[in-house]
Design a binder for this molecule. Sequence first.
Ligand SMILES: Cc1ncc(COP(=O)(O)OP(=O)(O)O)c(N)n1
Ligand SMILES: Cc1nc(C(=O)O)sc1CCOP(=O)(O)O
Ligand SMILES: [Mg+2]
Length: 516
Amino acid sequence: MSSSQQFRPIVWTIAGSDSGGGAGIQADLLTMHDLGVHGCSAITANTAQNTLGVPAINPVADAALQSQLEALFADLKPAAIKIGLLVNAAQVRLVADFLRAMKARGEAIPVVYDPVAVASIGTPLTEDSTGEAVLNDLLPLCDLLTPNSVELEWLAGMPVDSAEKMLTATRRVRGEHACALLVTGGHLEIEPGVTADLLSRGAGESLSEDWLIGKKIETLNNHGTGCTFSSAIAALLAQGYPLTDACVVANAYVRRGLRLGGSGAIGAGAGPVGHCGWPTELRDYPEVLVAGSERAQRFAKYSEPAALKWAAEFAQPDSNRLGLYPVVDSVDWIEKLAKEGVRTLQLRIKQPGSDLRAQIAQAVSIGRHYNLRLFINDYWDIAIECGAYGVHLGQEDLQTADLNAIQRAGLKLGISTHGFFELLYAYQYRPSYLAIGAIYATNTKDMSSQLQGPDKLARMAALLPDYPLVAIGGITLDRAQEVAASGVGSIAVVSAITGAPNYREAVAQLRAVLEQ
Ligand SMILES: Cc1ncc(COP(=O)(O)OP(=O)(O)O)c(N)n1
Ligand SMILES: Cc1nc(C(=O)O)sc1CCOP(=O)(O)O
Ligand SMILES: [Mg+2]
């Protein structure tokens, strides 16, 4: 099948046409095509625009909007919906009624709403009655809002001119509406030379607030960034990306478009942001701010206890390619596999007995004898006491472990990640390696909500071509070739070795694939 014939999930954009081709429906469809979905449109207004301004709005009649939605629903059911410009209260209610009816039929379709120009910067695009209808009718049906800081001021009814106020305003909006918020920071320079988006999601115990930080890109060609961003998120959600991953990849897509997009040749004013394909370079991806880092002080994310445990730039292993990496639960296995010539190993004890410390100490001593790269899972404090080669930590462990102590003791550090967001977050620590999982379904551990697949693995690996990367999760001999082709230098396995009928043969075969 050629790439143009491949299955593409459907995404709707309900938004205005920009005759200048820079924003609105035109930007949305370009974005959706670039990111691998089929875009459908329901046009709310035929705006007359060019790069210099908006001479006319021209809303479509309600019946025209309704008929577009009905035609789409009859044949082209969406996997996600992006909503942009709604010109008046009647349009807001019409769209809200349509979404409500879809939800009543049991269609769980993520809705991303970019409250474009409800609060005006530049030319007002909406009629006065629109705001109230948005708050009362539309927001309860949305999963994610993507306001800029000016639109956030309107939503929260307070000024937003600092990191603290952005957080307060976001909490206020989220206190009244269930949807997540991604506030784009392009209008507010919290730190000079930097743009910072704020992603707030979850609630109660699982509330998360994350800053996504990038170098400010100076360009005149930035028209349509908000539309592009929200439709990119919708396109990624439609393909099953979790919200966090969709937000960081969409952020990178826009930043790539700003960086590469404009030769300045389109129009005399603000030209369109570029649509330059999948973001393949790390430099376009945001930094996910880590509490405890120095920068966190400027973004109200700093805490003294977190700062005391914070560390980055861990000792690097002797090679970026750690090769076959069995993860085992006993000292016995460490010794057996070391004798087979395996050099990278992990001791992962999930049911510790009273001899835990003794087991770790023995494993460390075997590791020294065979010159292993031996990582101890979870028990970083015992690993330090025993002088282990390294420790392996999960994302949750990063909130509690004393990374500073691990670094001071000279231990290497491996970190688990599951998707783009966690990869970018863990990268802030510059660990000795980054593990990416779970690549396939596995019976060893319930990873069903965090499966990456080989294509995503390859995209993540491409961001860090010179970094020690490890793939894990459901990797068998049959799949090892495909995993190795992603560019990772190491494959971690549990059952492919410990559950193999002949572990020696399994080791030899897996190593052969990696060495090819
Ligand atoms: C190489 C490697 N990658 C990922 C993991 C998973 O570690 P973690 O997230 O700490 O989960 P548990 O292994 O503790 O269940 C790993 N162990 N090794
Ligand atoms: C322990 C573990 N961590 C994973 C992650 O994705 O973080 S997947 C996984 C299980 C790996 O076992 P197997 O090779 O038998 O599938
Ligand atoms: Mg662990």
